[in-house]
Design a protein around this ligand. Structure first.
Ligand code: MN
Ligand code: ZN
Length: 341
């Protein structure tokens, strides 16, 4: 079968690999229908994703149709449409014991640390497959449940609720999912980015205002938006060396800053930046069992996956799709790969 593999930074290809077999009685075999390219996939390609291992069949945003089930699998049958939660955890470390499996001491993400879903077939533990009703969510959109789960995770970690003023820095796909979910919670969102097209998308996804930080002073914009108080919640979805200290700077006294970058580059932050305002600096990684919430939200129509998906390519053109996502961030929201084309 065909799969998309990154052998080392800069080296990606559509390759022939062995079709997987169900390895234990609780696994299922899925025929992948669609997958979407993530900024973290681009990071694996560029060599800037500090948690990735090579060579790796990538893909953690995917879904498909169940082909085969292990003997102990209940609740899922061949023919079911499923979205796959890519998080794998040990179940017994401190984080797992405290309901934080997404930061398990041995956490693995499919497509980052273990073979991913950008392949014609994939086996997954049945408990990580979430059933989707194809009458309510198009099979060609199931891969976008994972990116929305990131938005729900960030906003849950940030305790974003009705009436909160929220600055979302960075309006790539993650930022857009965060914005749309924050809006659905009743928050009022200020979006920032350096690309106008992304800011336009942010406004379409529900941001109340948008700032191009190359043209406008974000400090002044945040102050105006918050009547001079600073932002009660800042989400750093820009994830640069400078955006982390800036997020702390723009937060109001008593505010929260949610950090989600995976870079290892060092930002300079004095202790007083946290202490003076008694900030909650909150990390957010992957998702912690958020798929059901996202699926329910999509069924209720609170998200716009059709708009999030800006491009569709057949699997055969995967390298071209990757090139587009890598080199044209102004055009791309989510690039979706169709595996059955
Ligand atoms: Mn992703
Ligand atoms: Zn664990």
């Amino acid at each position: 079968m065909k799969a998309i593999r990154i052998d080392k930074p800069g080296d990606i290809g559509l390759v022939e690999v062995e079709k997987p077999k169900i390895a234990n009685s609780r696994e299922i075999l899925i025929r992948v229908v669609c997958g979407s390219i993530c900024g973290s996939d681009l990071g694996i390609f560029k060599g800037t994703n500090s948690v990735a291992t090579y060579p790796i069949v990538i893909g953690h945003e995917f879904g498909g149709v169940v082909e085969e089930i292990g003997s102990e699998v209940t609740g899922i049958r061949p023919g079911d449409l499923v979205a796959v939660d890519p998080v794998r955890s040990c179940g017994h470390c401190y984080a797992c014991r405290h309901g934080r499996q997404n930061v398990c001491a041995g956490v693995k993400c499919v497509g980052v640390h273990m073979p991913g879903g950008f392949s014609e077939f994939v086996t997954v533990p049945a408990e990580r497959a979430n059933k989707v009703d194809p009458e309510r969510i198009s099979p060609e959109l199931v891969c976008l449940i994972e990116p929305y789960s990131i938005g729900v995770q960030v906003n849950t970690r940030g305790r974003i609720a009705k009436g909160d003023l929220v600055l979302v820095m960075g309006c790539g796909p993650a930022g857009l999912c965060i914005i749309q979910d924050a809006r659905a919670r009743g928050a009022v969102v200020l979006a920032s980015d350096i690309i106008d097209a992304r800011l336009e998308a942010a406004l379409k996804m529900g941001a109340a205002a948008a700032v191009n930080v190359k043209k406008e002073d974000i400090r002044k914009a945040a102050a105006d938006f918050s009547r001079g108080e600073g932002m009660p919640v800042v989400v750093d979805a820009a994830c640069t060396v400078d955006s982390f200290p800036l997020a702390l700077d723009l937060a109001s006294p008593g505010g929260r800053a949610v950090i989600m970058g995976l870079g290892a580059a060092v930002s300079q932050v004095p202790a007083v930046a946290v202490t003076r305002k008694e900030l909650d600096v909150i990390g957010s990684r992957l998702n912690n069992h958020r798929f059901e919430e996202v699926i329910a939200g999509m069924e209720r129509g609170i998200y716009a996956p059709e708009f999030l998906r800006s491009h569709v390519f057949p699997l055969a053109e995967a390298v071209k799709a990757f090139d587009l996502a890598l080199n044209h961030p102004e055009e791309v929201r989510k690039v979706v790969l169709k595996f059955d084309a």
